[in-house]
Structures are given as structure tokens and as C-alpha cells.
Design a binder for this molecule. Structure first.
Ligand code: SAM
Length: 399
């Protein structure tokens, strides 16, 4: 059974006497994926990189005996190895492009996956072939047991050994837990930073936490985790005059900068294809001050990477909108409320939370995962005429 995105009351509201429980799954053991009703089918033609469907690659119709057999492959032959887990939908920043000033209606606490449940789903996914897990949110460091989450996930054996655990964070509070995270098995960090100007940071994030972020970046730099990446979303009229400053900052902090094209995942639904800053413009602006040399084959990496001549640094551009890399997508996402999403832009989800809480077996979980992956579309479809932004904003999906 599947459910729609229905967060609980906003924390600003008085607490509800009894928050509504999620609907209980009743249709075991057959997993279902919510049927898309509002979006025109994605056309592979919209994305030159989109895969085509092999004749007999459907992974959804499997008998219970072979649910553990073979890779987690979709109907276009893409093998899934990368799991994104959102640990919370809450954040300690209010970035104007991501969340309204008052925040969002947060998920009710009882609808958020427990650490036992996260571990169980990750264990099933590892058995199906997942080798790496990226923790995100919301802000993952807001999860009180974050170190334990990392330790428990890293203890899971995947096909290539212990799961590789990385994290995307705004770095606030990182200085307090960096050593423990590293000891728990965290292997890499991506830190989000859209501006290096403290005043602009305050306006953009609606919080005065620039120095806390800097302390987090310093802690990450002092750690043994490499490569350290900094992610910046390129935004017109917001930071498009400081791309070179951001790159200088990253070089000075021994970090690899990745610029990200802004995607239609804003809570306010005001994103516009016509005003977004695209990868070509980012590169043109950087080239005014830096000599960039393309770095070979990008493999399944979403970033096109350039060496910055005269330094040891690289800089990358993740052109998710103008140069989608859906054909190489190997990702599956688990939201904080236990919904499996086969794409950032999916309009359907598979309700693992209800399945787990209604006694579903590991085989049931695996079947639901395979069904979700089997229904994955060839591309995100942003350029399709019928494209509709997902109901969830980025912070509730996990970026
Ligand atoms: N709080 C953590 C952080 O700041 O990294 C993790 C969650 S945040 C949603 C993950 C990343 O998504 C951040 O780098 C953020 O800038 C990015 N992001 C948010 N909205 C976006 C959008 N519409 N397009 C592209 N990236 C976006």
C-alpha cells in the first residue's frame, strides 16, 4: 500500500492531541507503487542521456524464491548501488530557495523511521546490491543519534564489504561530532555553502550561523575524510556574482567545489527554467579568472569535473537540468517517513513504513523495493511539457 506525502502539524502549532497514524498496510505481500496520474509519461527523447528499455529487463515480476537473486536493476538495465537516506525533514537553516521562513509542516514524530527501521531497510538493500549510503535531510546532524546511525549502517556488509557511508550537511554542529563520525565509519562529507559572504549568508539562510558553518568546515578539513566537497547551488541574483570567490574559498580550504544547477524542487514552486543559471554560464564565469581543464571520463558521476590549472584543485558542475545524467542513475531514495522514491522527481512513492509496521517480512520489503525500481522512468522529465514538480520539496525528499 502506498500513501501520499502528508506531514504532521507544523511545530509552531500547538501539539495535536493524537497525531494521525499512517494508514496501515493491508495488502501484504503484494507491493504496489502509487500510480502516476498527473504527469505525462516522460519521453526518453527529452533527455539525450536517457536509457532505452531492453526487451526483457522487468525486475518487478519476481517470485518469492528469487527476490534476492540478481542485481537491483530497473527495466532500462540500470543497476542500483547508491542509497540516499533522509534522516529528518527538519533543518536549522531556512534557505530562501528551499524553505519558507516559518518552516514547513514537519513530519509527525511517529511517522519518522526509527534507527532500527532504517538499519533494517538498509540491510535489505545491501542484500540487493547497494554498496553506498549517503545520509541527508533536512539536516542530518539534527538527528540526535547521528553517530549511532553511521556506526550501525557502516556495520552492514554489502556486496563489496561494509557499506560506504557519506553525508551531505550544512556543517552546523559538525565540529562537535566530527571525530565521533569519523570513528563511527563515515567516509566522506559534502558540505553545502552557497555564499562566502557572511551578510549574504544571513539573508540567504535567514539565520546567523555563518561562523558555525565555518567551524564545521574547519573540523572537516582537520579530519581525515577526503575528498572534502563543498556544494553550491547557482542562483541568479543571489550568488552568480561570486562563483570565483566560492572557488577560491574551496581551494583555500582544500575542498572540491561542485556547482549545482538549481532544480524545480523549491517549496515555493517559483523555479523558472528561463532564469536559472546553467552549467555553461557557471563555467564561463569561472573561466574569467581560472584556467579550467576538463578531467576525462566522468563515469556515473553527476559532475563534469575540471582541473584548476596552477592548483591541486578540481571544480565540478552538476548540470542536472540542462545535461541530465539519468542514463547513469544508480540511486534510490528513502525519505525520513519511510517512503521509497526511485527518482528525485518521482511523483509516486512506495510505502515501506507501513509495510515495516504491519509485519512485512524482509522478502516483502525486498519485493517492494524491486517493484519500485522496476517502475523507474527513463529520465526526470523536467523538459517534458507535462512535467509537474513533486509534492515534496527537496528538504522532505533528501537532496
Ligand atoms: N541540510 C543538508 C545540506 O544543507 O546539505 C542536506 C539537505 S539539503 C536539501 C541538500 C542539498 O540540496 C543542499 O546542497 C542544497 O543546497 C541542495 N538544494 C536544495 N534545494 C535545491 C534545488 N532546488 N536545486 C538544487 N539543489 C538544491
Amino acid at each position: 500500500m502506498t500513501t501520499a506525502y502528508h506531514p504532521g502539524r507544523a511545530s509552531a502549532d500547538p501539539p495535536a492531541p493524537a497525531a494521525a497514524p499512517r494508514p496501515t498496510a493491508v495488502a501484504l505481500p503484494t507491493p504496489t507503487v502509487r500510480v502516476r496520474t498527473a504527469q505525462a509519461p516522460s519521453s526518453p527523447g527529452a533527455d539525450p542521456d536517457a536509457p532505452t528499455r531492453p526487451a526483457d529487463a522487468s525486475s518487478a515480476a519476481r517470485s518469492s524464491e528469487d527476490v534476492w537473486d540478481g542485481p537491483l536493476v530497473d527495466s532500462f538495465g540500470r543497476v542500483h548501488r547508491d542509497l540516499r537516506i533522509s534522516l529528518t525533514d527538519k533543518c536549522n537553516l531556512r534557505c530562501t530557495y528551499c524553505m519558507p521562513a516559518e518552516g514547513l509542516p514537519w513530519l509527525a514524530k511517529e511517522n519518522v523511521l526509527t534507527t532500527d527501521e532504517i538499519e533494517r531497510v538498509a540491510r535489505v538493500l545491501a542484500r540487493l546490491g547497494i554498496v553506498e549510503v549517503r545520509l541527508t535531510g533536512g539536516e542530518p546532524l539534527l538527528r540526535p543519534d547521528i553517530v549511532d546511525v553511521v556506526r550501525r549502517l557502516h556495520a552492514i556488509e554489502g556486496p563489496e564489504g561494509p557499506l560506504d557511508i557519506s553525508m551531505t550537511t550544512n556543517a552546523i554542529r559538525l565540529d562537535r561530532v566530527m571525530e565521533d563520525l569519523e570513528a563511527a565509519g563515515l567516509s566522506r562529507l559534502n558540505i553545502s555553502l552557497d555564499t562566502v559572504d557572511p551578510e549574504r549568508f544571513k539573508m540567504l539562510t535567514r539565520r546567523e550561523r555563518f561562523s558555525a558553518v565555518q567551524a564545521g568546515i574547519a573540523a572537516a578539513r582537520a579530519s581525515g575524510l577526503r575528498p572534502l566537497k563543498i556544494n553550491a547551488v547557482a542562483m541568479r541574483g543571489v550568488n552568480d556574482d561570486e562563483f570565483c570567490d566560492l572557488l577560491r574559498f574551496a581551494i583555500d580550504h582544500e575542498a572540491e567545489l561542485r556547482f549545482i544547477e538549481q532544480m524545480p524542487l523549491d517549496a515555493g514552486h517559483v523555479w523558472s527554467r528561463h532564469t536559472m543559471v546553467d552549467g555553461a554560464e557557471i563555467l564561463a564565469k569561472l573561466s574569467a579568472e581560472f584556467d579550467l581543464e576538463p578531467v576525462g571520463d566522468r563515469g556515473s558521476s553527476p559532475a563534469e569535473v575540471f582541473r584548476v590549472r596552477g592548483t591541486d584543485a578540481t571544480v565540478g558542475v552538476i548540470a542536472s537540468v540542462t545535461a541530465p545524467f539519468c542514463g547513469a542513475c544508480d540511486r534510490v531514495r528513502l525519505t525520513a517517513d519511510g517512503q521509497l522514491r526511485n527518482c528525485l522527481f518521482a511523483r509516486e512513492e512506495s510505502d515501506l513504513l507501513s509495510l515495516l509496521r504491519s509485519g512485512g517480512s524482509d522478502e516483502d520489503v525486498a519485493r517492494m523495493i524491486r517493484a519500485s525500481i522496476g517502475a523507474k522512468r527513463p529520465g526526470h522529465g523536467i523538459d517534458d511539457p507535462g512535467f509537474l514538480q513533486p509534492d515534496r520539496p527537496m528538504s522532505a525528499i533528501g537532496g
